[in-house]
Every structure is written in structure tokens, then in C-alpha cells.
Design a protein around this ligand. Structure first.
Ligand code: COA
Length: 444
């Protein structure tokens, strides 16, 4: 039986030593988190499991060491300082594997899940709106479910319905969910978007990650026909293409005619687009990110980004040296799935440079580090920074795109890779890169 109560009462269900899941992204249940943290003095060793929570993360405050410990499967901005200070932890994991943590026999039996859903419909079903992902597994496996029930959560078709009787504690809440308005791409992102768009043919099925580059690519696809979406997440960029009749999903081998995803991040306009829209189908991440499913789509194009790529093609997309920045996410799930798909195209798209960080923040020096030029560093590097995580291996990488062009690495030797990556590095770094490549005997 569901107990309807306030947040303070609902969070009493958490006991010391419990494993607690916090839903993330647009549906981060901030009032429940705040009510839980208000009980901090009386609770000890509560393990919190998160993946890209939005809003504040008060449980990471130094005063709560020994009371709350966050374990992030994807690092949120608010959790990053605590993780890099050692007060919270990062779990390297494919997004598609997160449900395994909580499932039968998994390493993280959940005591409590904090979630955020729409009010029940006339049949008693609440919608998980824009976040089905791994929250589905949390709800299905947690001993107790505590929910914010909020009319601002859109009702989205697919596998995100939860019967109200599954909620042990329900807290009525009537505030907008977290919205992330899209940003217009800058000139660099527009050029990268053009190189990416050139690889997308009529009838392709797309995975386009978050950010300005995927949106820039989408803006250039207005003359394509019958594109499909099978992705981990999408944002505002898809709406215009659906409205123009470019994204139809008509040639998809699975879920024909549907935009398939496991979460959505974007503006209020995007949430309105999702609401009661039969063209959208939300699935758990175990389906959207399964390479065995992805590989079935002819002409599957996957677009992801990176922080650094070394001259052999190793990709770091989650750390800046020893500093944990984000997470593995679905990058490898989709890079592999796309590589296996007939005519599949896994693409890594990144700006050739970044602003030089003000400090090295404890990252050990590298013999092959390039000298910054005009306050910029190259993201194509001789070797990854010491401590950098390899998110995608060099054997998985096919296309790398920057504003200076495209490099195709599949089947290419180390020497060929180094040459083609130097050719798409920023011109002011090419000489340094060549020198390092000689020193490393990548070519002679
Ligand atoms: N060295 C130091 N700093 C660097 C850097 C480098 N090599 N490359 C980037 N940065 C800095 C940027 O300057 C920027 O700093 P700022 O926030 O102070 O402006 C920051 O890191 C982020 O870089 P940006 O290019 O804006 O990244 P993004 O927001 O486009 O995200 C990833 C890129 C790689 C971090 C992101 O795509 C990711 O987390 N990927 C892994 C998960 C994944 O691919 N999932 C599947 C798709 S949803």
C-alpha cells in the first residue's frame, strides 16, 4: 500500500548502512535528497548510487564523511570536486551494465530507490517520463521505492510505466523538472557538424550524444530522408527534423517509426514534445545500448565526443589526466554496435583544441606533453595524459572528426593513424606532434 506523505516522513525509510539509488538527470529528486541530508547526523554509512544527477549534491559536503558516501556511475558537475578529493567514488561502467548492479545476484542490492514520476493515470500507472534508463532496474529491484509524484513529468510511451502500488512512499510535488536549454553551436562546432553530417546517408539510424556538435550535425540534415533514432539519449535537435518529416524511422529494422531512447535531456519544449507522443518509445538502457541490438540497424551512425585522442587512436572521453571528469557512459556500447552494423559508422567528433587549464591539478608531467600555443592545448596528443582513462580502445575507433577534417582509422597501421590524426590536428600543433611521433617511433 502506498503511503502518501511529505518528504521528511518518506525519507525516514532510509537506515544506516543502506544502499540508496538516486534518480538522475532531469528527474533528480532534489526535495527527497535534501530531506535525506537533513537527517545526516543520525545516519551512518549510507551508500548513495548515482549517475549524472542534476542540481546540488549536498551529500558530498565534507561534514557528511562517514554519514553519506556517493558512488557515481557517471560523474555529475556537482559531485566532481568530492570525487576528485576522494570523498566520493566513481564507478567505471558501461551505461548498459548499470542495471546489472541492482539486479538479482548483483553487487549492489538496493534498499531504497528515490525516484520521480508523473501522477498515476486512470489505470493507476505513473510515467517515468524522460528517464527510464537504469531507473527502471532500480525500481524493479529496490526493497522500498520513494517517489516524488509531479504533474510536470511528461507521460512518455514505452517501458517507463510504474503502477502506483509499487510506490511505498509517495510525495506530491508540483514544480518544473530540470530543463537544459540547448546552446547554439559556435563556428567550430558547425564545421565539425558538417563533416559528421556528410557521413549520414538517407535511411541511417542515428545515435547522437548530448552537446552542441550532435545538434550542429542535425541542423545540416534537413535534406535527408527517412532518418531513424535509436539512441541512449536525445535533446532538442531532433524536434525540427521530426516536424520537417526528415526523421521518420520508416527504414528501421526494429521499432519502425519510433524514436527510441532511454533518457532525454533538454528544454521544456522537448518535454512537451515527449508528452503523450506515440512516436517516442522509452526503453531501459539494457535495450537501447545493447550492441547486439544496435548492430541490427543497416547504416547505423553513432556520434560521440572525446577529451583527448592519442596518435594511435586511443580515446579518453572521461578524465583530464587523473581528474575524473565524466564517465564511460554509452560510448563503447554504441561505438561497438555501430562498428558491427552493416554499413555502420562509429564517429568520434571533437574540437581540435581546448583552453589550456590554469593548473595541472596534480596530474603528473608527461615527457610527450605539447607546449600550449596562445592559451590553447591540442586534444590530439602524442600520448594520453598520465592517469587518463582509455574510454574507447584504438581497436574500436573508426572515424575521428575535428574542424580540420576526418581521419578514418579502421584497418590503418599505427604510422598511418598518426599521420592522418596529425592532419586533422590544429595547424599550430602539427610540427610538435610530428616531432613527438618520430621520437615515439610511430613513423620514421
Ligand atoms: N585537456 C584539458 N581540458 C580539456 C580537454 C583536454 N584535453 N578537452 C576538453 N577540456 C575541457 C574544455 O575546455 C571544457 O572546459 P570548460 O568546461 O571549463 O569549458 C571541458 O573540458 C569540457 O570540454 P567540452 O569539449 O566542452 O566537452 P563536452 O561537454 O562536449 O563533453 C565529453 C565531451 C567527452 C566530456 C563528453 O562527451 C563525455 O562525457 N563523454 C563520455 C560519455 C559518452 O560519450 N556518452 C555517450 C553519449 S551521451
Amino acid at each position: 500500500m502506498t503511503i502518501w506523505c511529505d518528504a521528511k516522513t518518506a525519507v525516514q525509510v532510509v537506515e544506516s548502512g543502506n544502499n540508496v539509488y538516486l534518480q538522475g538527470m532531469s528527474l533528480t529528486p532534489t526535495p527527497l535528497i535534501e530531506a535525506l541530508v537533513a537527517r545526516g547526523e543520525e545516519l551512518h554509512n549510507v551508500e548513495l548510487y548515482t549517475a549524472l544527477t542534476f542540481g546540488p549534491a549536498p551529500y558530498t559536503d565534507p561534514r557528511w564523511v562517514g554519514h553519506f558516501h556517493a558512488n557515481a556511475c557517471f560523474v555529475a558537475t556537482s559531485e566532481r570536486p568530492a570525487i576528485n578529493a576522494g570523498r566520493a567514488s566513481y564507478i567505471p561502467i558501461f551505461l548498459s551494465s548499470i542495471p546489472k548492479l541492482f539486479g538479482p545476484g548483483g553487487p549492489v542490492p538496493l534498499d531504497v530507490a528515490f525516484i520521480h514520476v508523473s501522477p498515476p493515470d486512470k489505470h493507476g500507472f505513473c510515467s517515468m517520463g524522460p528517464s527510464v534508463d537504469f531507473s527502471r532496474a532500480a525500481i524493479d529491484n529496490a526493497r522500498q521505492v520513494v517517489a516524488l509524484v509531479n504533474p510536470h513529468v511528461p507521460r512518455v510511451y514505452g517501458h517507463g510505466f510504474v503502477h502506483v502500488s509499487r510506490l511505498d512512499y509517495a510525495v506530491q510535488w508540483d514544480r518544473p523538472i530540470y530543463a537544459v536549454p540547448g546552446e547554439a553551436p559556435d563556428e567550430t562546432q558547425r564545421i565539425i557538424g558538417r563533416y559528421v553530417a556528410e557521413l549520414i546517408e538517407d535511411g541511417s539510424t542515428l545515435q547522437l550524444g548530448i552537446g552542441a556538435i550532435p545538434d550542429a550535425a542535425l541542423q545540416l540534415l534537413t535534406d535527408r530522408r527517412d532518418l531513424g533514432i535509436h539512441t541512449e539519449m536525445f535533446s532538442d535537435g531532433v524536434i525540427d527534423l521530426v516536424e520537417r518529416g526528415v526523421i521518420t524511422g520508416a527504414r528501421k529494422v526494429r521499432d519502425r517509426g519510433k524514436l527510441v531512447t532511454c533518457f532525454v535531456i533538454g528544454s521544456q519544449r522537448l518535454m512537451d514534445f515527449l508528452d503523450n507522443n506515440p512516436a517516442v518509445k522509452m526503453y531501459p538502457v539494457t535495450y537501447t545500448n545493447d550492441p547486439q541490438i544496435i548492430r541490427q540497424f543497416d547504416h547505423f551512425v553513432s556520434v560521440n565526443s572525446a577529451l583527448q585522442v592519442d596518435l594511435t587512436g586511443q580515446v579518453c572521453a572521461e578524465s583530464i589526466g587523473t581528474i575524473q571528469y565524466s564517465g564511460v557512459g554509452g560510448q563503447m556500447d554504441f561505438m561497438r554496435g555501430a562498428a558491427l552494423a552493416p554499413h555502420g559508422r562509429p564517429i568520434l567528433a571533437l574540437a581540435a583544441t581546448a583552453r589550456a587549464p590554469k593548473t595541472s591539478a596534480g596530474t603528473p608531467p608527461s615527457k610527450y606533453a605539447l607546449t600550449p600555443v596562445d592559451g590553447q592545448i591540442s586534444r590530439i596528443v602524442p600520448t594520453l595524459m598520465p592517469g587518463a582513462a582509455v574510454t574507447t580502445t584504438r581497436a574500436h575507433v573508426h572515424y575521428v572528426v575535428t574542424e580540420y577534417g576526418r581521419a578514418m582509422l579502421l584497418g590503418r597501421s599505427i604510422a598511418e593513424r598518426a599521420r592522418s590524426l596529425i592532419a586533422i590536428a590544429a595547424p599550430q600543433f602539427r610540427e610538435q606532434l610530428e616531432r613527438a611521433a618520430y621520437e615515439l617511433h610511430l613513423f620514421s
